[in-house]
Design a protein around this ligand. Structure first.
Ligand code: CTP
Length: 433
């Protein structure tokens, strides 16, 4: 059995000092209100695995909202509470958040529906969770600070690296857990227990997942695709027959496998460039997964997954436009060996990072890959040295001509035909004469 001191040692080793202090303070507020307080769930799991997890979840044996308000008043935090669920979020001035729950029992009235909530004990609260490894709690009150509470053999499963449900109806109650099992298995490098895997297969066979709303399915899929190594999660989804819930025509063929590996390669290359261009990595994988789908099927999939209409349109349009533009670029490449930098820039500049990476991955043409890479590393973000003010000083009347002239200057700069401000001004004068 793990001793309180060992848990405290792990806190000191793996958590920032301020977090440890906050945990003590949570316990002290609990002492004063005479309420038992526990850190629970993923936070405890990751702490015992020596992995950083800054999402602190706290459960209070009693009125969690009162607890959160008392804590917040003392430490200058804000509280957002949810009376109906007995939950609250403590928000620190620097934005750090702690989720507070009251021990409760949630009934799932029907599979996939939102739970109905009632008060109960810590043990019941932990029993309703998805997997044993998420059922650990650490006492925070001063007298018992660091005491590990393990009702369901979670510590044993953590050591054995096993993902195991607590009871046979787990996936029926909440089919999103099928995807969570895969995500934890891959992320923690654990193994789904045999019986748990059988329950997943059964849930898939019995079509429980069909009842899952599109939004929840998308959210689970996105989380799998956001993991560091999404390919393993995808191949596990394939082996458990889950890809068909995205669209019945999606299958992990050797072509798709190769395409996904190429996406992985391109995405890691892009991440190493540190361009600070935010993008949705999951969307690149998603586009690759949907490669076989016709425009109608792609649209149907986005609708099924409740992707917002705006984003669906954006993705569908980009998919089409990207294929078109890159096709045009490749046709040009057949005619001439190299494209001018300005050609590459003006072809690609309207496309999102996601679409460019997706096409970079799917194109078999090394020259196309080189063009997209050059666009990211050199061309994107290039600007002429002169601006509108300079054109005004040259006596040119403002209007659409400004855009044309500045684009012409930019082209010349990209193609190495001008390199100084004087060159650029000379070029403008030439173009105007
Ligand atoms: N939970 C559950 N069933 C779900 C979702 C969540 O039982 N469908 C439980 C899990 O036991 C989890 C807790 O609710 O520990 C909090 O959920 P979440 O924050 O999603 O889980 P974490 O374990 O913190 O996962 P992550 O590390 O990905 O945030």
């Amino acid at each position: 059995q793990v001793k309180n001191r060992e848990v405290e040692g792990m806190m000191r080793r793996y958590l920032p000092k301020t977090s440890v202090e906050i945990l003590h303070n949570l316990g002290r507020v609990g002492d004063r209100l005479d309420l038992p307080v526990y850190a629970v769930g993923g936070f405890v799991r990751d702490l015992l695995l020596g992995q950083r997890n800054s999402d602190v979840d706290v459960t209070v044996d009693g009125d969690g909202i009162l607890f959160a308000e008392t804590f917040a008043a003392e430490f200058g935090c804000r509280v957002k509470s949810h009376e109906k669920f007995g939950t609250a979020v403590i928000v620190f001035p620097d934005g750090f958040k702690i989720d507070v729950a009251s021990t409760r029992l949630e009934y799932y009235v029907s599979p996939g529906a939102l739970p109905t909530v009632e008060r109960s004990s810590l043990k019941m609260d932990l029993y309703r969770r998805d997997f044993t490894v998420n059922t650990l709690a650490i006492a925070l009150n001063s007298q018992s600070f660091g005491k590990l509470i393990d009702y369901f053999g979670a510590y044993r499963d953590l050591q054995a690296k096993v993902i195991r449900v607590l009871h046979n109806l787990s996936f029926v109650e909440d089919p999103t857990r099928v995807f969570r099992a895969i995500r934890f298995e891959q992320r923690l490098n654990f193994r789904i227990a045999k019986h748990t895997e059988d329950l997943i297969k059964n849930a898939v066979k019995m079509d429980f997942l069909v009842k899952l709303g599109g939004r929840r399915l998308l959210s689970e899929l996105v989380q799998i695709l956001r993991e560091k190594e999404p390919l393993q999660g995808i191949s596990r989804m394939a082996s458990l027959g889950l890809l068909r819930f995205i669209h019945p025509s999606i299958e992990l063929t050797s072509e798709l496998q190769a395409a996904l590996e190429e996406v992985r390669y391109v995405v890691s290359w892009f991440d190493l460039l540190y361009l600070e261009r935010p993008y949705e990595r999951w969307a690149v994988y998603f586009l690759a997964l949907c490669e076989v789908l016709s425009p109608e099927q792609f649209w149907a999939t986005c609708t099924r997954l409740a992707v917002s209409e705006h984003q669906s349109e954006h993705l569908a349009e980009m998919r089409r436009q990207g294929a078109e533009l890159i096709g045009a670029m490749e046709r040009k490449l057949v005619r001439q060996e190299r494209l001018e930098n300005s050609d590459i820039y003006f072809t690609l500049r309207g496309l999102s990072v996601e679409i460019l990476l997706y096409h970079m991955a799917r194109s078999g043409n090394p020259e196309t890959k080189r063009c997209i890479s050059l666009y990211f590393t050199k061309l994107h973000g290039m600007e002429p040295l002169i601006g509108g003010e300079d054109l005004k000083r040259l006596g040119i009347k403002p209007g659409p001509i400004y855009r044309e002239l500045l684009d012409a200057v930019l082209s010349a700069r990209m193609n190495g035909r001008v390199s100084s401000k004087e060159d650029e001004l000379r070029l403008v004068r030439e173009l105007q004469s």
